[in-house]
Design a protein around this ligand. Structure first.
Ligand code: SF4
Length: 173
């Protein structure tokens, strides 16, 4: 019997799509090659999907870990509420519900996992925040296996992640 291929969501820029604020990608060639053997990859870019242009001004997380805001660097537009609301809607869409795991780009104000810098004025408050999209996914779907590309480069983490993804897919089949 043919087994159904796993579906894993991935930050679009890691898959090579030129969606970053600077119009570039951050393709992870060797990870993608390994992942495509075991899974179908679904690209997701919260910033583009919410309607931001490419290129665009940089976004920063500001405030404190308890009260994060997502603020555009030049215009100072506050994207916090829009990004939180978008994230809640996005994870309810059918393609997202089909995911057995999620790979996110480290250090991003949207996608970062325990790795995004937070500033209060000129002061660096933390380098360990979740981006706003990542935070919503973790809060609303705590069982979904999630990892960033930095951790996934480690062979044992890669193996463990695929095990968790497989188990998650089986449990939700
Ligand atoms: S890190 Fe996330 S929001 Fe930023 S470009 Fe990549 S996919 Fe888009």
């Amino acid at each position: 019997m043919k087994t159904k291929k796993l579906i894993i969501g991935i930050s679009s820029c890691l898959l090579g799509e030129k969606v970053r604020y600077d119009g570039k990608s951050k393709r992870e060639n060797s990870l993608i090659a390994k992942l495509e053997i075991v899974a179908t990859l679904l690209p997701i870019c919260p910033e583009v999907e919410i309607g931001m242009p490419i290129p665009r001004e940089r976004l920063n997380l500001v405030g404190s870990l308890d009260s994060l805001k997502m603020i555009a660097e030049e215009s100072h537009k506050d994207w916090t509420d829009e990004m939180r609301e978008f994230s809640k809607r996005r994870i309810c869409q059918d393609d997202f519900k089909s995911l057995a795991g999620l790979i996110l780009k480290s250090k991003s104000p949207s996608c970062g996992l325990h790795s995004t810098k937070v500033y209060d004025g000129e002061t660096l408050v933390s380098e360990k925040a979740d981006g706003l999209f990542a935070a919503t996914v973790r809060k609303e779907l705590p069982e979904l296996p999630i990892i960033d590309e930095l951790s996934l480069r480690d062979a044992s983490h890669f193996k463990d992640f695929i095990k968790c993804v497989t188990a998650y897919a089986e449990s939700s089949a």
